[in-house]
Design a binder for this molecule. Structure first.
Ligand code: AMP
Length: 417
């Protein structure tokens, strides 16, 4: 006989019971509201993608070590999307002649990465991706970084609760070139910067000294014209952000970002509480990605954030909204097995916008009230033949125990007021 299957979810993924999902869905609702207030539209796609989508360009660590890839029954290689940007680039390229650029798009969906599960890192997580497609560097970069800040602020975060660390791939490239690094040393150097936060300062300095040149030193010196020009652009971006009310963006030479496709500004947002050391948000400009599918390049900038680190941040700062709620507004109790009157009444109330739950069990009325209390449903009323005849209901407010008699026609307005 086969073993009894486990009730545990697969390693590194979560089950969302209704109360858990209500909390996360409540957070997403608030995020959607903020993004839509800036004119961003939600798009969607399947989590199944052809594996080649990620092999053309992306992040080596993610592609080689972290994807869920399999061969389907038709011998096609399939990958569960580890990130959304390649899907977005594919979709934009497919309809490049019809879409009204610039696009302001967002998606909230699941992503899959075969990582070691730990605080802030799971194998399936929800990511919100926000992209502005079709505009070159400049105002679009300012809007995207400002949006990252606006999302946190809409939950009540203060500028002292988080910090936006900004760098530029163009600056890194110019400095690396001026330092005389060849392509291979450049990769090694960027990987070193990317791993910096996981290394001791001594180990970082030692590795830095062993490189054939030191781009960071060139940025600091500021004497190389191409490097100085990129640094000036980055400083101008930070000044523009400050002028627009985003005062906690700083230049950080250590921000590199894992993905290979970035071409301009790159940034990450961090919690200032050391309890949450991982990046909350990450993003940047990727002007070459859409052109991988053919045609002229379409410039784009965007960022993403995961639900796990975001909820940790909100909890740490006491900002997680209490999405209490319940499955219904009104519990209709049934005194007998004949539920016709209750069902008729429920239908009428639903049409008026009340969320109604009708008892279908043979519990006694007092047990039905207990059941309603346990479910957190705020109102209870029993509906039988008597109520059907008189047209009057006794509406019980379960939080207070108060009871009032009122005409059936007034129930909806009473509950919804
Ligand atoms: P990335 O797509 O790697 O730049 O990550 C962007 C954001 O997604 C991070 O800052 C995290 O908030 C989130 N994230 C990335 N990987 C994971 C993971 N394995 N588990 C949970 N969240 C993640």
């Amino acid at each position: 006989m086969a073993d009894t299957p486990s009730t545990e979810p697969y390693k590194g993924v979560r089950d969302f019971y209704p109360a858990d999902w209500r909390r996360l869905a409540g957070v997403f609702k608030k995020v959607r509201g903020l993004l839509e207030s800036y004119g961003y539209e939600e798009y969607n796609a399947s989590p199944l993608e052809r594996s080649e989508l990620y092999e053309s360009k992306g992040n080596e660590e993610i592609i080689n070590e972290q994807t869920y890839t399999f061969t389907d029954r038709g011998d096609r290689r399939v990958t569960l999307r580890p990130e959304m940007t390649p899907t977005l680039a594919r979709m934009v390229s497919a309809k490049r002649r019809e879409l009204p650029f610039p696009l302001r798009w967002y998606n909230i969906g699941n992503r899959f990465r075969y990582e070691r599960p730990q605080r802030g890192r799971l194998r399936e997580f929800f990511q919100t991706d926000i992209d502005l497609v079709g505009l070159p560097e400049g105002d679009a970069d300012i809007e995207i970084v400002s949006l990252a800040s606006a999302i946190l602020k809409t939950f009540g975060a203060k500028e002292t609760d988080f910090i936006i660390r900004i760098n530029s791939r163009k600056l890194l490239a110019a400095a690396s070139k001026a330092a005389g690094l060849d392509d291979e040393s450049l990769r090694v150097y960027w990987q070193l910067l990317d791993k910096r936060s996981k290394m001791t300062p001594e180990a970082f300095e030692e590795a830095r000294r062993s490189m054939p040149g030191d781009p960071l030193k060139i940025v600091e010196d500021g004497t190389e014209p191409a490097v100085a020009e990129e640094k000036r652009k980055l400083d101008a971006l930070i000044d523009a952000l400050a002028a627009g009310g985003v005062g906690n963006a700083v230049y950080d030479p250590g921000i590199v970002r894992g993905f290979d496709y970035y071409t301009g500004v790159i940034f990450e947002v961090f919690d200032t509480d050391i309890k949450n050391p991982r990046a909350l948000f990450g993003g940047g400009r990727y002007d070459g990605l859409v052109a991988l599918f053919g045609g002229d390049p379409i410039p784009a900038v965007g960022f993403a954030f995961g639900d796990v680190t975001f909820i940790d941040f909100l909890e740490t700062h006491g900002l997680l909204p209490g999405f209490a709620g319940a499955q219904a507004d009104l519990y209709l109790g049934t005194p007998t097995a004949d539920r016709t009157a209750a069902q008729d009444f429920a239908r009428a109330l639903r049409e008026q916008g009340v969320r109604v739950f009708v008892n279908l069990t043979d519990k006694s009325l007092s047990d039905q009230i207990k059941d309603a209390v346990k479910r957190g449903i705020p109102y209870f009323a029993a509906v039988g033949s008597e109520e059907a005849k008189s047209g009057m209901l006794k509406l019980k407010t379960l939080f207070t125990g108060a009871e009032e008699s009122l005409p059936v026609d007034d129930v909806a307005s009473r509950i919804l007021s």
